[in-house]
Ligand binder design. Sequence first.
Ligand SMILES: Cc1ncc(COP(=O)(O)O)c(C=O)c1O
Length: 410
Amino acid sequence: MSKSKIPDRSQDWSKVRAQFPFFKNNPGAIFFDSASTTQKPESVLRAESRFYRRECSNAGRASYANSTRTSARIESARVAVARFINGNAEDIVFTSGATESLNTVALAWGLKNLEDGDEIMVCMQDHKSAVRPWLNLQELLARFGKTINIVPFGIHKEGDYELADIRNGLSPRTRLIALVHVHHVYGMDMEVETIRDIVGGDVLISLDASQSIAHRQIDLNKLKVDFLSFSGHKMFAMNGSGVLWVSPRCRNMLTSIKPGGGYAEQNSLQALLESGTPNIPAVLSLESAIAFIEKLGMERIETRLHELTRTLYKEIKDIPGINFSPGYGLCGCPQGFGILSFCFDQASTSDLAFALDAENIMLRSGDHCQTKSLDEGGGNEPQYLRASLQIYNTEEEIKELAQVLRHLVG
Ligand SMILES: Cc1ncc(COP(=O)(O)O)c(C=O)c1O
């Protein structure tokens, strides 16, 4: 049995929870919406406030010590991010979040490289931020007389990508495939390494790691992708922080999409893509969030999330009328990444979400940012409630959710 499969009993998770002021300030609140945004630990909140209270200065523009220190701290955050995903600092671009990172891939790479008739493979059941940048690029290029084709692939009922769709959709004109690492509604590991083998080395992979960055170890050497995007606010850092990692082979394939003032060295990736004053406290908060995660250990976080997902499934699976979305609830797989979505025969998800809110239980309903309209290629997915967990959640909270759900649908 690999070490990561051994349940970890040594961590006192109540001490971890105590580091999140949200729970002290909202006694009794049950927060099951961490896939949307995580709560922030004290150490991250302190990093932001320290910057504004003590260090506030712009980066890379002035020669006084405070400003050069700020520049150095940004570069130290870049090194921390690179170490965290097993990449190099020179390949890290700070953005405002995953949406900006994913749009940057589509525009900075797509505008420069795509030719008439080229194809991009996209899954329409992925998050809109992973899908729409490609639809937008298609429309932009069409205005200039270029036609690119978006080739869709699906997700099967167990929650993974339909690999046969990917095999069948590939063609000599396929230039890039857009994937997510863990799905934001179905919560599954989307088999990126297998897909790399299927598409071969020449097709670029843009990977959206928004739902895996705080749930599992990311190792760029193993993933073999070309672009990696994620948001800081889903990994305990501040809103407005995000990362785009660009593989060395793509470094010279990009064009500037928001030219302006900057502080980075000429001819660097950062000079090309990071113009304008960065969101400095948000960038610094990334380093604190990484320190927080590394102190706990990603392996331990992963094990804890597997345990919590399993507990959630066990507690709710026999509630009368429950239907699980594709993913952990249907696949019978051993590992879950903290996301479980479901609906009920006898009650609408929006009514249930309101009723749960009245009980101080926060979880997500609605369209989950999936593309719904048919002209955008979306399907008619049922509406699900999504419970998304993080390390500050407890077994007691899960039991309470199950009890309240039984009462509401009973
Ligand atoms: C898979 C996925 N990609 C992209 C995003 C967009 O992230 P942001 O709104 O932080 O840019 C989200 C947010 O929920 C997501 O779950």
